[in-house]
Design a protein around this ligand. Structure first.
Ligand code: PLP
Length: 393
């Protein structure tokens, strides 16, 4: 360890951030309301339709479908609820396993648990947070067998029912490889596209490849409805099921209350959807600002030895939701110093999530070798990523 080299590196990173975004304090991410938000919210209040019925929630769904190219969109209260019902309607249940990345936000794994199933963790690429599907394929070849068109984990004798990829920080995973893997092993695909609204893989929007895709509109996401989420699907019978089960499974009738299964009260309120409609009108501008912010950081970080920025994969257009910095292994001891110094300087910098298998609640779940994720978690930080950073005030 060379102390002066270490000090120099920490200084260079803070300097690069400051040169990119200015010296004023900055949070990791803040939303941007510069369109029709006030207008639509007022219209929504004036209409008195603030709850689960109203024109904004219908419009938001159709706007989302149009923007993503999905045949159907169903708006719900948040991304976690969306993941939960997505797995529910494809019949993930007790005794099943679902493949989940080790490096993800907790919601991905929790949704599996809500269904009574077990998350089964897979690794990311070396030096990259995207999934390593060729490593996963080798693992599945050695650890599963096919039985009656189902993929069985030979160590637990449980069915591996589905896989959830996650497009980390908005960067699409290698979807062609994943689609092949799903076909080869008979595994259903549910995409966690919570971070990747506005991200495309070979021209196709993330979240539209699997049986169902999930979006989130939490306050820190690329667009926000306060809290909110959506389900995308190209399958019209699944879309109907999703709408039904997220609206208490009530049979539509002018006055009677009849529910034909145990449904969920997960419908997005019209008030939140009003915000969503305005936000979605401006999504391309927000994505462009984030892509521009990446270019600015790219310049100010240039030449810093031992540091690289996470950039979009080939053949993809990423929304660059959060800007990610990767520290070389030889400097990984500097992560905590970087977090501390930056935050003390008023710069909102954050580490990666704790890996799922390193949480006590998921420590006993099945998993493959997770060396790459275990290395990345020590070396990745997120730096200020708000679109407003390049919008003057
Ligand atoms: C934000 C997020 C979700 C869901 O978020 P909600 O806060 O429930 O809307 C799910 N998965 C990932 C990877 C996320 O980043």
């Amino acid at each position: 360890m060379n102390v002066s080299q270490d000090t120099q590196l920490v200084h260079s990173v803070i300097d690069a951030i400051t040169r990119a975004i200015g010296a004023k304090p900055s949070v990791l991410h803040e939303p941007c309301f510069q369109g029709n938000e006030w207008l639509y919210l007022k219209e929504c209040l004036d209409s008195t339709f603030v709850s689960s019925v109203g024109k904004f929630v219908d419009r938001f769904e159709s706007d989302l479908a149009k923007y993503t190219g999905a045949a159907h969109a169903v708006a719900v209260v948040n991304g976690t609820a969306a993941l939960h019902v997505a797995l529910t309607v494809i019949d993930v249940g007790k005794g099943d396993e679902v493949l989940v990345p080790a490096a993800t936000f907790i919601a991905t794994a929790n949704a599996v648990s809500y269904c009574g199933a077990t998350p089964h963790f897979y690794d990311c690429l070396p030096n990259n947070l995207g999934a390593d599907f060729s490593k996963l394929r080798d693992y599945l070849l050695r650890n599963t067998r096919q039985s009656l068109g189902q993929c069985i984990n030979i160590n637990t004798n449980k069915k591996i029912k589905a896989i959830i990829p996650m497009h980390v920080f908005g960067h699409p995973v290698e979807m062609d490889e994943l689609l092949n893997l799903c076909k080869e092993f008979n595994i259903d695909l549910v995409e966690d596209a919570a971070e990747s609204l506005g991200s495309f893989y070979r021209g196709r929007h993330t979240g539209t490849f699997g049986k169902i895709g999930v979006l989130s509109f939490n306050g820190n996401k690329i667009i926000t409805t306060g809290g909110g989420g959506a389900l995308l699907t190209n399958d019209s019978s699944l879309a109907k099921r999703l709408k039904h089960i997220t609206t208490t499974a009530k049979i539509s009738h002018p006055w009677n209350y009849y529910h034909d299964e145990i449904g969920y009260n997960y419908r997005l309120p019209n008030l939140n959807a009003a915000l969503g409609c305005a936000q979605l009108e401006g999504v391309n501008r927000l994505v462009n600002k984030k892509r521009e912010l990446y270019s600015v950081y790219k310049k100010t970080f240039e030449g810093i030895d031992g540091i690289s920025l996470i950039s979009e994969p080939r053949e993809c257009k990423s929304n660059y939701w959060l800007q990610g910095v990767v520290i070389d292994e030889r400097f990984e001891h500097l992560r905590d110093t970087l977090l501390k110094s930056s935050n003390e300087a008023g710069i909102g910098v954050r580490p990666l999530w704790t890996l799922m298998h390193q949480l006590e609640i998921y420590a006993n779940c099945p998993r493959m070798d997770l060396t790459n994720a275990e290395s990345m978690v020590k070396r990745v930080i997120n730096i200020p990523s708000s679109p407003t950073l390049l919008m003057g005030s």
